[in-house]
Design a binder for this molecule. Structure first.
Ligand SMILES: Cc1ncc(COP(=O)(O)O)c(C=O)c1O
Length: 267
């Protein structure tokens, strides 16, 4: 359809102005990035978008509308995967788009042309999820922060990437623009053999290995964005793991991970 894209450094802020070309129509931000968790300066991007007459679209899935409202920061359109915190049980395909009045007529027209329409069962599950979103997110936040702090103190861990932790590169903007943190964050381990990492991950009892987070389950997934990251370099000190703190007991999670780390050290 003749659409060209160019990736940008998520920390670019107002510097994105230099990337704007004659045919640029929109900026599409995901904040924080769902693997490496850079927090974007949506206000700065919005200023450039306004001045250059572009649209600013923001993926706000990590925070959900309870913890961040990018429309208030200047975004025109907010996109969220309802499959995650809204539905909350990882069992329905659903998404939602919110926008300001300027963008609404275009979105309405596109959804009509594309015939986008959620199923009734999915809509029911989304509405049901909405009723407990608040309490679930508070719990994801609390357990996620506690787990991140605990992992940070482990000798096997080089660093934890969680915008809610003081000292994280994204903490200042997170504090300015967000009301809370969800349960998704990453950890960089000290270098270890692939076999040792597999021994850690393969026999966890509570942490499943899956991509679509935001449900009640706790998850862990190894990742390496080096191959698909083009605007910046991804070169961590050791293996990277993304965790999702689910709704279970923090002590059980720590016990499961402690056993995993012992297997890693022994192998
Ligand atoms: C930040 C973010 N947005 C959107 C999505 C897309 O989710 P889905 O494929 O369930 O629509 C994901 C999936 O992992 C995500 O992490």
């Amino acid at each position: 359809m003749g659409v060209e894209t160019e990736y940008y450094d998520p920390l670019i802020g107002r510097g994105i102005d230099k990337l704007v070309r004659k045919n640029t129509r929109l900026i599409y931000a995901e904040s924080p990035g769902s693997q490496s968790f850079e927090v974007q300066d949506i206000r700065a991007l919005a200023e450039v978008a306004r001045a250059r007459n572009l649209w600013l679209l923001a993926d706000n899935t990590w925070a959900s509308p309870l913890f961040c409202q990018p429309l208030g920061l200047g975004a025109d359109v907010v996109i969220e995967a309802g499959t995650k915190y809204l539905v909350g049980h990882a069992d329905a395909l659903l998404g939602f788009i919110t926008s300001n009045a300027r963008a609404a007529k275009f979105i309405e027209r596109s959804t009509g042309h594309l015939g986008v329409c959620p199923g009734s069962e999915e809509t029911f599950l989304g509405l049901r999820g909405l009723r407990t979103l608040d309490v679930r997110l508070q719990r994801h936040q609390e357990t996620g922060l506690a787990l991140a702090e605990w992992l940070k103190a482990r000798p096997e861990v080089v660093r934890v990437i969680h915008p809610g932790l003081p000292g994280d590169p994204g903490h200042a903007i997170w504090k300015r623009d967000f009301k809370g943190a969800s349960g998704l964050f990453s950890v960089i381990l000290k270098p270890c053999a692939k076999k040792a990492l597999a021994a850690f991950l393969d026999h966890l009892e509570l942490f499943g290995m899956g991509y679509s987070w935001g449900g009640y389950e706790s998850l862990v997934i190894p990742f390496d964005c080096a191959a698909y990251r083009t605007a910046t370099k991804w070169n961590p000190e050791g293996p990277a793991l993304r965790f999702h703190a689910g709704l279970g007991s923090l002590d059980d999670m720590k016990a499961d991970l402690t056993a995993g780390i012992s297997r890693q050290q022994e192998s």
